[in-house]
Design a protein around this ligand. Sequence first.
Ligand SMILES: *Cc1c(COP(=O)(O)O)cnc(C)c1O
Length: 367
Amino acid sequence: MGIYDELGVARVINAWGTVTAVGGSLMAPEVLDAMREAAGAFVDLHLLQRRAGERIAELLGVDAACVTSGAAAGLTLAAAGCMTRRVPTRRTQLPVTTGLADECLVLPAHRNRYDVALTLSGIRIVEVGPSAEITVDQVRAAVTDRTAMFLYVAESSQISGSLPFGVVARAMRERDVPVVVDAAAELPPRTEINRYLADGADLLVLSGGKEIRGPQSSGLILGDHDLVSESAAHAFPNHGIGRGMKTDKETIAGLVKAVEIFVDRERDERDRCERVVADIVAALGSVDHLKVRRHRPASSLIRPVTIPRAYITPLLRSVDEVVARLRDGDPAIAVGTDGPDVAINPQCLELTDVPILVGAIVAAASC
Ligand SMILES: *Cc1c(COP(=O)(O)O)cnc(C)c1O
C-alpha cells in the first residue's frame, strides 16, 4: 500500500497539463535525490538562498534570480520589492503601505485569479482605463507618483483588450515604473524568459513546479539585479511578509537540480510531446463518434501555447459530460477543454498512458 492508497486518494492520469490542482508536474529522480541529500545536513539558509539564486541565474542566462515558494509567492514578493526599492528602511512595515508608492497598474483584460497574490503585499491594483479600447497613451497617463509597478500577465497577452508587451514596457521604462511579468506557465520554450527580459521586463515571475518540474512549492523571480535583491529581502528566511512563504533547503536544492535538467531537456521533450499527440490522433482517427486533430491553442488563455495538443470533438456527448466521465473513471483522468473540444495536453503524459487514455476517451464519449 502506498501513501495515496492509505489515505484513500485515487491516482489521476494527467492529460490536462501542469495544472496545480492535480499536482502540477512530477520531479525527475535526480531532483528527488538532490532533495534527499539536502535534507541530510544543516546549512546557512541565507547563504544557500543566495548561492542557489546565482547558480540559477547563470543557468538561465539572466542577471539575477531568487527562489520563492511558487509563482504566486513570487508575485507577492515582487510587488513588495517594487514598493520598497527606494526606501528599504520601510521593508518591515508591509503590508502597511503608509509613505510608500503602493499602486500596481494593470490592463483590465489582465485581471485574473492571482490578483490576491499581489494585494497580499499591501499593494493596490489600479486598472488602466476605463475604456473598451485601451491605448498605450492611456497606460502612460495612468502613471502617478503613487505607481509602484506595472503588472503584465503573459497568458493574457493575446486576448482582446491586451497591448503588445514591448510597447507597454517601453512606455513604463520612460516613466521609471518597474514592469513585472507573470510568466508562471509560459514555458516552454526557455527563450520566452530571455525574450521578455530583452523586451523590457524588470522582473519575471515563474512557477518551479510546472514545466521546470521542480518541487511543487517552488518558483522564481528573475531579472534586474537590484530589484531581485530587494524582492529577496522580503523573502524567507528574512522576517517580513515573505516569512510564511517558506523555501526550505530541500525545495531550494530540488529547484536548482530541476533547472539544470530543464535547460538540457528541451529538444527531447518537444519530440516526446509530438509523439504522444501523434499516437493519440492516430488511435482515435477512425472512431465514428469523435473528430480528432493535432492543434495548438494559439489565441486562447490555454498555456503554454507552444505545446501541441490532441483536440477531440465528441459528437454524441457534450464536452462537460466527457470530462466528468473521465474524471470519475477508473483510473481517473484529468483533461483540459477548449470550447467544443477536449484538449489533451501531452506535457505530463507518458507514452505508456496513451492506450489507457484512448480507451477511456472512446468509452466516455459513447452513448
Ligand atoms: C500557476 C500560475 C500561477 C501560480 O503559480 P504557483 O507556482 O502555483 O504559485 C500564477 N500565475 C499564473 C498565470 C499561473 O498559471
